[in-house]
Design a protein around this ligand. Structure first.
Ligand SMILES: Cc1cc2nc3c(=O)[nH]c(=O)nc-3n(C[C@H](O)[C@H](O)[C@H](O)COP(=O)(O)OP(=O)(O)OC[C@H]3O[C@@H](n4cnc5c(N)ncnc54)[C@H](O)[C@@H]3O)c2cc1C
Length: 417
């Protein structure tokens, strides 16, 4: 259970969790503040165990929400040194903190493996957290319907149950085998990590939104122009313009309808790439849809966006709209990045794995969207990522402890402390 309130403020989600070797931390966010607390304090709190009504504020530290402070906050002083310049050898190091990596971390803890997760971004959750935190998922086993951000919150809580070391904001750039069988990973900060096994769970790689190149678009990025929304609260009661005709654009239009003051969606064609049902729903909703329309200029008062110039691409006739926020959803590019230089057998953008999710390099496993299991159908969904991560970790366990059974005992055998 996530506490519903801390110090009277409603908690929206766990944004992240970090565990260095001595001080596991859990981080929460409300719309106005970030909170962190030691994981053991948190778990020991009556508020937490008692259904999450109120986590005692004296057990937490809070700072106003402010993205630049987030890094400092989720990486408490000293944690980085211990976590990243670690001479210790880990049983398994998981590259990527998306659904595959997080579930792999939980399973590795269940198998009592010394576990580290290295994530390039400053948050966990992968595509779900970055691309669609406010969307509902309907095909995650055990949930008839779950909001992306809630799923991430639960995955993070599950993954940190056994206190893995979590390193954020470091991108793994190289992986190589050393004499003696250990594997060395080097990250973008130059730090080195040693491990007996590696699980690559880098998904589709790093995401880059396609950006607009029109007057005002760069100047107002983050000050009214957004390429993805981590928290829809910034659009509450605002006049919002959405640009795009794919799933994300239409989903956001529906999501913000009746939440923002007004929602206008423009699309350069009259055919949409989104689900037909969603498009029909949008057409019936209060969203103003303008087809054959393109954004030409972002207008602002130097501080923030105040308007947008749009034009009909058939007639070139321009119109000025008064808006407070512009959400641009014109697609993403994914870059698998350095993975292709790690000596792994690949088919296109996928790393090839055997039936135990092991790659052509012994001790290096793969799970999730990046994986292509030999002779199996590739299904890039979260359920597949979970299953693959569990298989990979259980096989890796037998490499650390050859006497261990590859088949684990059931998690339902666990007893609560
Ligand atoms: C819009 C959208 C809607 C979707 N809806 C659903 C749905 O309803 N149901 C469903 O099951 N699936 C859905 N999916 C697919 C699902 O999100 C993916 O299958 C899932 O996220 C894959 O998980 P993953 O852990 O393999 O990879 P990812 O989620 O991509 O996570 C990989 C992580 O690795 C990190 N990383 C990458 N390279 C490095 C590096 N070199 N070093 C360190 N870290 C690195 C990335 O920053 C990222 O956080 C959807 C996807 C999209 C885009």
């Amino acid at each position: 259970m996530i506490p519903r309130k801390i110090a009277g403020r409603e908690i929206r989600t766990i944004v992240s969790s970090i565990a260095d070797m001595s001080t596991p931390m859990v981080v929460f966010e409300s719309t106005t503040h970030l909170y962190w607390t030691k994981a053991d304090t948190h778990q020991g709190s009556r508020g937490y165990l008692g259904g999450g009504t109120l986590l005692k504020s004296r057990n937490c530290r809070a700072v106003p929400r402010n993205p630049p402070s987030l890094k400092r906050f989720i990486r408490p002083r000293g944690a980085r040194m211990r976590a990243t310049n670690d001479e210790d050898v880990f049983d398994i190091t998981i590259v990527g903190g998306g659904p595959a990596g997080l579930f792999g971390a939980f399973y590795a803890g269940l198998r009592q493996m010394k576990t580290k997760v290295i994530e390039a971004l400053d948050q966990l959750g992968g595509q779900v957290a970055v691309l669609y935190p406010e969307k509902f998922l309907y095909d995650v086993p055990g949930f008839s319907k779950v909001l992306g951000r809630d799923l991430v919150g639960d995955l993070v809580r599950q993954a940190t149950r056994f206190n893995p070391t979590i390193v954020l904001s470091e991108r793994v750039v190289s992986i190589r085998k050393l004499d003696g069988g250990f594997i060395q990973l080097e990250t973008s900060t130059g730090s080195k990590h040693l491990s007996r096994n590696v699980l690559i769970a880098t998904g589709a790689g790093a995401f880059y939104p396609n950006k607009l190149d029109i007057p005002g678009s760069q100047e107002y990025e983050g000050r009214g122009v957004y390429y993805f929304l981590r928290d829809k609260a910034i659009m509450r009661d605002e006049r919002v313009l959405i640009v795009g005709g794919g799933d994300s654009a239409v989903d956001w239009a529906l999501n913000l309808n009746n939440y923002a003051r007004t929602v206008t969606l423009i699309h350069r064609r009259d055919t949409f790439r989104a689900l037909e049902e969603d498009v029909s729903q949008m057409m019936r909703s209060g969203v103003t849809v303008k087809t054959f329309c393109e954004l030409k200029e972002v207008v602002g008062d130097r501080e923030r966006v105040t308007g947008a110039v749009i034009a009909d691409n058939r007639t070139n006739q321009a119109t000025k709209l008064e808006v407070d926020g512009i959400l641009v959803n014109i697609g993403f590019r994914a870059d698998v990045g350095p993975v292709k230089n790690w000596g792994l057998e690949m088919i296109g953008r996928d790393v090839v794995a055997d039936e135990g999710m092991e790659t052509n390099i012994r001790g290096i496993f793969v799970a999730g969207d990046i994986a292509k299991q030999f002779r199996s159908v590739k299904l890039n969904i979260i359920a597949t990522a979970f299953a693959q991560a569990a298989v990979a970790v259980n096989v890796a366990k037998t490499r650390v402890s050859p006497e261990a059974n590859v088949v684990p005992s059931h998690s339902s055998d666990l007893t609560e402390a």
